[in-house]
Design a protein around this ligand. Structure first.
Ligand SMILES: [Zn+2]
Length: 116
């Protein structure tokens, strides 16, 4: 006899799909539970995605402080460009094309601001 972790009722061992399961078959096979399980896709991040995440944090930090640095000898414009460059790999790997477009727009806009 084991206790199901969902319905909290004591069940026979034969009511569980295998030894490791904590949820009884009756609770596990409910349509709503099956639907929820269908929506969740478990996976680990690849090394490139992890690196992109780290760069993304750095880039976000630069983008956050850029508006406050803009009045001081245009340092803010350079940090905007650095932030856009560092944020792009993360959003590119995640295929978030709207954010890729925003980063490219930042690069072009502040490139013109500095060099134009
Ligand atoms: Zn149960």
């Amino acid at each position: 006899m084991r206790e199901c972790n969902v319905c909290k009722k004591p069940r026979k061992d034969s009511k569980f799909k295998n030894e490791d399961k904590l949820t009884c078959s009756k609770c596990e096979d409910r349509p709503y539970r099956k639907f929820l399980r269908l929506l969740v896709k478990e996976r680990q991040l690849t090394p490139h995605e992890r690196l992109g995440n780290r760069l993304g944090y750095m880039g976000s930090g630069l983008l956050m402080m850029s508006p406050y640095l803009l009045p001081y000898d245009n340092i803010g414009a350079y940090t905007y460009i650095m932030g856009a460059i560092l944020c792009t790999p993360q959003v590119w790997l995640a295929k978030q094309w709207n954010l890729v477009v925003i980063n490219i727009n930042l690069l072009i806009g502040y490139g013109i601001y500095i060099f134009g």
